[in-house]
Design a binder for this molecule. Structure first.
Ligand code: ARG
Length: 465
């Protein structure tokens, strides 16, 4: 690096020797923060307009700055921008190029601000843009879940606890459980957006600025709903990024659990579902294989998002006020979180409505595990037995079923009466899988009626967001 170049560095006047070449590269962030170029330019445009409004820049200077920034943006988007490590980060790269293009006026743009409030503004704009791209993808996933739930409202499958057959449920009901989880994720993200959407610009380096700035004006131009109320907090706060990543980690946790079910269900042992070929790959050696790669990968990618959350929390935990260079480390975890979440969501939103349910298999599986045993116990309580006694009776009947290879619904009335003489012909209404699910007919229950009602509520909710 030449001395001449170094003299162009913003901080160079104070230094008597040039930065060590390795240190220069080590401390630079341009390799990754160039991803925020749009937000950086957007922030600079608003800042320049505000400086003009309060009389620090004149109209012709503003015009030069706006034209220059437009050209910088064009160069970046055309892939013609010459990114420079010597200019350290996105802010200085853009400003140096602007100054090269329009001369001395370019150097006035930084009046009344610092890279500290500039970067805080850029990240907030960046996350806000990402939130606005992620919300419609979450909605698309929810629409897919509703479609599948409504298609499979009557489909019976075993419901599990401890991964052991517990009671029959409807496939639609199971899908709507995932809908509820995603709905809470949406709410978390919407709530996070409110705090992200706050303007820190005007905090300057840490203490505010001596210029007569108009922060409300800048906030309005950038669409921020609020303004940070303490300059020290404004430059150093990264809570909003942590919150966003916590949302992402929770969403990935849900997608990972869901993935686990899809992987199990598409196995030869379960055969509950068939994932369309376009979401799977084969094996290079075993010709019979069809691997559920998409859910497997989403499950696997969950780990890195958890890691990013832990990185950001740890990044912040020991920082004294106000800005510290440590904060430069917030970007890579954040960017990877965004990419991982958007990729995983896109894959899921495409895949879910395309799932093919093997109804005969889910039905047979529900029959195999004595899933209506609780229904028989409840029936006996209806006939006057205490629940503990009926539990005992049903246990004996199940033991008999295991020995003889029969489901409860397949036993004769005489056989059942051998366990309890209160049992009559009407027992078969509760022992069938259809009877069992239909009986759970209340808000939140698995009955097909309830699934259809929940689908309608879910559709109405989706209209509102
Ligand atoms: N590249 C820095 C970051 O990402 C920008 C702010 C640097 N400020 C400073 N005074 N060194 O946080």
């Amino acid at each position: 690096m030449s001395n001449k170049h170094n003299q162009q560095k913003l901080s160079s006047a104070r230094f008597s020797e040039s930065t060590d070449a390795f240190v220069e590269a080590f401390t630079a962030s341009i390799q990754f923060d160039q991803r925020m170029y749009r937000q950086d330019i957007q922030g600079s445009i608003a800042h320049a307009k505000m400086l003009t409004k309060v009389g620090i820049l004149n109209e012709s200077e503003l015009r030069d700055i706006l034209d220059g920034l437009q050209q910088v943006q064009n160069e970046i988007e055309a892939g013609e921008f010459n990114w420079s490590i010597q200019q350290e980060d996105i802010h200085m790269n853009i400003e140096a190029r602007l100054t090269h293009l329009i001369g001395i006026t370019g150097k006035k743009l930084h009046t009344g601000r610092s890279r500290n409030d500039q970067v805080a503004t850029d990240i907030r704009l960046f996350i806000r843009d990402e939130i606005d791209a992620i919300l419609p993808e979450l909605k698309r996933l929810q629409e897919g879940l509703i479609e599948l739930a409504s298609r499979e409202a009557n489909t019976i499958m075993p419901g599990f606890t401890h991964l052991q057959t517990a009671q029959p449920v409807t496939f639609g009901h199971h899908m709507l459980a995932w809908f509820e989880m995603i709905k809470r994720d949406v709410e978390r993200l919407q709530d996070c957006r409110k705090r992200v959407n706050t303007l820190p610009l005007g905090s300057a380096a840490l203490a505010g600025t001596t210029y007569p700035i108009d922060r409300e004006f800048t906030a309005k131009l950038l669409g921020f709903e609020r303004i940070t109320e303490n300059s020290l907090d404004g430059v150093s706060d990264r809570d909003f990024a942590i919150e966003f990543t916590a949302f992402a980690a929770t969403l990935m946790m849900h997608l990972s659990r869901f993935s686990e079910e899809l992987v199990l269900w598409s196995s030869a042992q379960f055969q509950f579902i068939d994932l369309p070929d376009r979401f799977c790959t084969g094996s290079s050696i075993m010709p019979q294989k069809k691997n559920p790669d998409v859910p497997e990968l989403v499950r696997g990618k969950t780990g890195r998002v958890y890691g990013h959350l832990m990185s950001l929390l740890t990044l912040m935990k020991s920082q004294p006020l106000a800005y510290n260079k440590d904060n430069q480390e917030d970007k890579e975890p954040l960017f990877d979180t965004v990419d991982t979440v958007r990729g995983s969501l896109r894959a899921f939103a495409d895949m879910i409505p395309a799932i093919i349910v093997q109804k005969e298999m889910t039905y047979e599986a529900a029959k195999r595990g004595f899933s209506t045993a609780t229904d028989l116990a409840d029936y006996l309580v209806g006939k006057g037995l205490a629940f503990r006694d009926s539990h005992e009776v049903v246990g004996l009947a199940v033991a008999h079923g295991i020995q003889t290879g029969q489901d409860l619904s397949e036993m004769s009335l005489e056989t059942l009466q051998g366990f309890c003489d209160k049992i009559t012909e009407d027992v078969f209404e509760v022992l069938t899988l259809e009877g069992s699910v239909a009986a759970r007919d209340h808000l939140g229950g698995t009955a097909p009626n309830q699934v259809r009602a929940a689908v309608e509520r879910a559709k109405a909710y989706l209209m509102s967001f």
